[in-house]
Every structure is written in C-alpha cells, then in structure tokens.
Design a protein around this ligand. Sequence first.
Ligand code: AMP
Length: 223
Amino acid sequence: MKLVFLGPPGSGKGTYASRICEQKGWAHISTGDLFRENLKKQTEIGMKAKKYMDEGALVPDDIVIGMLKERLEKDDCKKGFILDGFPRTIPQAEAMEKITDTDVVVNLSIPDEVLIEKILARRTCEKCGDIYNVADIRFGPNKEHHMPPVNPRVGGVCDKCGGKLVSRSDETKEVIENRLKVYRKQTEPLIKYYREKGLIRDVDVTGPPSIMVPKILGAIGEE
Ligand code: AMP
C-alpha cells in the first residue's frame, strides 16, 4: 500500500507511521528524518537544508523532490510505504504524481493547543530517531481524550538502540509556532487537493499510539 500521512507538526505522524510500517513490513519515509541524517553526515543536501530547518521553514521543493525520488527507488519500498512529512506543498504533490501513485491519504486532526504542549514534550533518539513523549495531556470539551506519556524504560535512553533522547533543535516554542503557520499556509491546501481526488481518510487524534494505530489501520482498511 502507498500511503501519505498529512497532519500538523506534532500530530503523531512519525510515531504512527513507524509503528504501522513495522507491523506491515512497509518502508517509513520521513523527509524530516532524511534531512536530519543528511545534516549529521554534512552532505550537500544537509548543508542546503539547514537554514530552512532552523527557522521552521520549508526546504525548497526541488531539493526535497530529488531526495524523495532517490529514496523511493530503494528496494524496501516495493512492498508499500508511508510518506511522513511529504508532500508539504501542492507542487510537491504534483511532482510526486510523476514518480508514484498514491492509494490513500490519512489526514490527522488535533487541536492546536495540544500540539504545542505535545511537541515541547517530545524526545527523539539522536541515533535512530525513535520518538517518545514526556507529557500527560487531557483534552476535548470534557477532557475525555487522554494522551499519557510515552516514556522509555530507562529515563533519557532509547528502548530500541540505547541512544540518547534529546529535544530537536527546531522544537523551541518560537520555531514550533512558525512551523504551525507554515503548515496552515503551505500544507493544509493539500487536504482539499486530495479530498477532490477522493483519497482522504480523516482521523481525529484522540489518544495514545495503542488507540491510534488500530484506528488508522481501520480507516485505511488494513485492520
Ligand atoms: P519534520 O521532521 O517532518 O517535522 O521536518 C523537519 C523540517 O524538515 C521541516 O520543518 C522542514 O524544514 C524540513 N522538511 C521536511 N519535509 C519537508 C518537505 N516535504 N518539504 C520541505 N521541507 C521539509
């Protein structure tokens, strides 16, 4: 299956995509992770992307599209994949159509006030990119939705690889607010774009990954 996950920063795209891909044997393709890897290795792409990432702005389309095209050619994509964080603009979506077709687009919704709290509490493994969250969040009109913390077994240490858990450098309040603004302006128009193509499945984020993963699998007909 070829999937796109749409949703504002902090909606949980990376966490849900990683768990679903692990279950299904699909490739999890996060353009944000690809940029962070390039930055670590100080490649030309990483150096070009850095200033945009630091500000919470989007990296120019031609750089992202070239990087994605190369990634989709790898063998692990043959069984299926989830694109997490791509496309983020209409021109990216149009370019993608020339590279691959798309079966379903999952549109994750979550209130803004929850997003900021959630992103500030996110901890990412600096080695393998695994994601944790130290916040205990209740929201909804009657606080009926609960997102308990996703803690590692040992504080500050990744369960999967033993790497150190850190806050990403683009996870300050100022940069997060800019990333949300950029999402509303440049990425949200994709919801209408894909809805008109009949590809959207709307999913409200209402709980921890143990609730969200089966909910998303149900929405895409893969339960
Ligand atoms: P993410 O990990 O998805 O939040 O992405 C982190 C940063 O990488 C973003 O704030 C952008 O600067 C950059 N980035 C990731 N994916 C894209 C994309 N599809 N288009 C442009 N910039 C991107």
